[in-house]
Design a protein around this ligand. Structure first.
Ligand SMILES: *Cc1c(COP(=O)(O)O)cnc(C)c1O
Length: 357
């Protein structure tokens, strides 16, 4: 499986690890970073200057293109340890593909798959002690690519930086997820960049999400930008509904939805468990009708951060619909556990999803 040749990465190690200073009982997501980071430059049409070095601020020109025109994309994935202390990644080749599909849409250079995988592997190996072995914990990996040319002219940058930083993350606390169906603002539109993991998609969502949070909604359920009639995603996660016995999720066809790796994994496992799955347009009307007549058995978001976040209530036009108690939700509880078990090497990985090193 591990047939990737070593990319020439220069390594500069930290003098003294910061690991003993970390309080693992009180980890705030994305606040504490491991000892090292990866950095590479794209210049003169090629990737060069591949380095692993101590995590530290970097120097950028104030005219750096990413700061002005938002040519910036990222990925999110996690490393786990199994009970033999081996490190495992979940479907990293899917992240490699996706960063390149995002890159293409934002006119950025592709990152060769071997470079992407090998950089992650070497970085995580150097910081192996930062991968928590505790149940529920993992090392979050954040690869990102941004335009670094010093240029205020509007055109694709000719220089980029590809970097990877990592941070240990704790158990995801299952606070109740109350969501509101958003019918004024939108996250993405047809022809836009909704399918890409573009930094700007997150910036766009902050203001409406803040308004929702002020009203007590943990997340917004995004609807299509044209009519606000069809459901797209929930916050920064893909969204799924169990209507009767069928698992229904918005299809990624119109490219307004980010094709989550967790989404694909859940759908694959659901089909294998014999559950009827439908990927298609999902109207607000049908979800609300199902909630009214008791057919809406389950609703949940999917994504790397939480894997599966079950939704407690859905509000539409100021009317709140409460979903069945989370303990009683067979489908999401079963699939959620199965994915966790696969990621942590506790059950057979029949799909070759786990990359172990
Ligand atoms: C990252 C992301 C997801 C989830 O993707 P995973 O690969 O499952 O982590 C879903 N929606 C949006 C908008 C995202 O940025």
């Amino acid at each position: 499986m591990n047939t990737i040749s070593k990319t020439k990465i220069q390594i500069e190690k930290i003098k003294e690890s910061k690991l003993p200073l970390v309080n693992f009982k009180n980890l705030q997501f994305g606040k504490i970073f491991s000892d090292h980071m990866f950095m590479a430059d794209y210049k003169n049409g090629e990737w060069q200057n591949l380095k692993i070095l101590p995590f530290a601020p970097i120097e950028l020109s104030p005219s750096c293109a990413a700061l002005h025109y938002g040519q910036a994309i990222f990925e999110g994935m996690k490393a786990y340890k199994n009970n033999k202390n081996e490190i495992m990644l979940f479907r990293p080749f899917a992240n490699a593909k996706r960063i390149n599909s995002s890159a293409k849409r934002l006119c950025m250079p592709e990152i060769p798959e071997e470079l992407f995988i090998d950089a992650i592997k070497q970085l995580v190996k150097i910081d192996a002690d930062w991968v928590p072995a505790l149940e529920g914990y993992s090392l979050y990996i954040r690869p990102f690519l941004f335009a670094s040319e010093e240029l205020l002219g509007v055109r694709p940058s000719e220089e980029y930086k590809f970097m990877i930083i990592t941070c240990p993350v704790g158990a995801y606390y299952n606070e109740e997820v109350h969501v509101k169906i958003e019918t004024e603002f939108s996250r993405a539109s047809e022809g836009g960049v909704g399918f890409a993991k573009a930094a700007g998609n997150y910036a766009t969502a902050l203001y409406p999400a803040k308004l929702g949070q002020d009203q007590g909604y943990k997340q917004l359920v995004w609807t299509d930008a044209k009519e606000h009639k069809y459901i797209e995603e929930s916050g920064t996660m893909n969204v799924m509904f169990q209507i009767g016995d069928t698992l229904v999720t918005p299809s990624t066809e119109l490219k307004t939805i980010l094709a989550g790796i967790t989404r694909d994994s859940v759908l694959t496992l659901a089909r294998e468990l014999g559950i009827k799955v439908e990927e298609r347009r999902v109207s607000v009307e049908e979800v609300i009708a199902a909630a009214r007549n008791g057919q809406l058995k389950d609703a949940f978001g999917t994504g790397t951060a939480a894997t599966l976040a079950q939704i407690s209530s859905i509000t539409f036009n100021n009317e709140r619909f409460t979903l069945p108690a989370i303990e009683t939700r067979k489908l999401s509880n079963e699939i959620g556990k199965l994915i966790q078990d696969i990621k942590r090497g506790r059950v057979a990985d029949t799909h070759d999803w786990v990359y172990q090193f």
